[in-house]
Design a protein around this ligand. Structure first.
Ligand code: IMP
Ligand code: MG
Length: 380
């Protein structure tokens, strides 16, 4: 029987979705991105080398049966996609042409990136043109990939024929999702979210959000309403980070923040910006699970906190958050859990930490990650 799962960001992105997706991908036939664009930065380690995917799903391309799909809910910077596919081909010349792009996805054009730079600084945008591209989509004046094709071929007048031909020559397939549906129905699908629920356009902490659907809603919006999801995982780090502006109730400052940022190498994979850092915020995580459709958790980066005598965790806010506005001026109540020396040995302190997470979020933690290698992801 086939199985379908989703891996969603449960916080503000950068939770380790790429790492988790990459490790699980070999057991799936398709890995599907369905939201956002090159604002995402999914870091994966393969053969000891670091790769950052902005647009490509985090497929382990060494497994030749796994295919990548870029869904219609995405906004795609075609030049960036070309660079990414090119880099992949250089590293893995034998990887089969297993990359499929939905004709209905919208194109991020250069004026979108200019507009982002000029207007979205107060949000802390990545300036990848995401908001302006979705704005044009909703205003019904956006450009879809299909608009650049005539009779199945890239047309010259679109302005994108060069890059589209390059992509096709590198083995990228442009397709209608419905044409693949019957093949996909019998196979295993892994949906890889981008950003996180707290950045979701509908349920994130508005206006400090990105512009796409980072919840399960994004999967349906991309035309996969027929795909029954057996499990929706939310990924969170055992501490919290955020890039960009907006409320961050568990944020820490000064030297402890510098130390944590350095230990976790918390600098943006896409922009290189130093990430804001803080402790794990369980009321925020519970909110994200409820709003995001998340029914199980994966926690990452436990190795980063190795050796810390005590690990603070936010247990509650004075007022339980039930809407995005409750995150503004939230008063967090923090406790400290005894730290661990080596998370990889599954010490009893990790049990205590995870029990606390499960108690507050009402979700089971099914995997924990203690490093960047595939074997560092342990079933819990
Ligand atoms: P935009 O999506 O580039 O417009 O950025 C909007 C907000 O979302 C900013 O605070 C960004 O830093 C944040 N953001 C967007 N994509 C990601 C991501 O993949 N990881 C973390 N933060 C992100
Ligand atoms: Mg990232």
């Amino acid at each position: 029987m086939s199985k379908n799962i989703a891996i969603l960001g449960a916080m503000w992105g950068d939770e380790g979705k790429g790492h988790v997706t990459h490790s699980l991908s070999k057991d799936f036939d398709w890995v599907i991105r369905f939201n956002g664009g090159a604002n995402a930065g999914h870091t994966i380690y393969r053969d000891g080398k670091k790769f950052v995917h902005n647009l490509l799903p985090s497929v382990d391309f060494r497994h030749k049966n796994v295919k990548a799909y870029l869904g219609s809910g995405m906004v795609i910077d075609l030049e960036k996609l070309r660079d990414e596919v090119h880099a992949l081909r250089q590293s893995y010349p034998d990887a089969p042409p297993n990359i499929y792009v939905d004709y209905e996805a919208f194109i991020v054009e250069s004026h979108h990136k200019e507009e982002d730079k000029a207007t979205n600084g107060h949000i802390g945008s990545t300036n990848r043109g995401i908001g302006p591209a979705y704005k044009d989509k909703v205003a019904r004046r956006g450009k879809r990939i299909i608009d650049c094709f005539t009779e199945g071929r890239p047309d010259m007048i679109s302005g994108y024929s060069g890059v589209l031909v390059d992509l096709i020559n590198m083995g990228v397939h442009f397709v209608h999702q419905l044409e693949l549906q019957s093949a996909m129905e019998g196979s295993n699908l892994l949906f890889e979210g981008a950003q996180g629920v707290l950045l979701d356009i509908n349920h994130g902490i508005y206006p400090y959000v990105s512009c796409s659907d980072a919840t399960v809603g994004g999967i349906y919006a991309s035309g996969f309403g027929w795909a029954k999801l057996d499990k929706v995982y939310g990924v969170a780090k055992c501490y919290t980070t955020k890039v960009g502006e907006g409320p961050f109730p568990s944020e820490i400052h000064g030297q402890p923040a510098e130390d944590l940022r350095k230990m976790g190498n918390e600098f943006g994979a896409t922009t290189g910006r130093p990430r804001r850092v803080g402790w794990l915020d369980l009321p925020a995580l519970r909110y994200a699970c409820d709003k995001g459709g998340i029914n199980a958790l994966i926690l990452t980066k436990f190795d980063i906190l190795n050796g810390l005598p005590q690990v603070p965790v936010v247990l509650a806010y004075k007022k339980k958050p039930v809407s995005p506005s409750d995150f503004f001026n939230a008063v967090p109540m923090t406790t400290a859990i005894e730290g661990w020396l080596d998370a990889g040995n599954k010490p009893s302190q990790l049990d205590d930490f995870i029990r606390t997470v499960e108690l507050i979020t009402k979700r089971h933690v099914e995997y924990v990650s203690c490093g960047t290698a595939e074997h560092d992801i342990m079933a819990w």
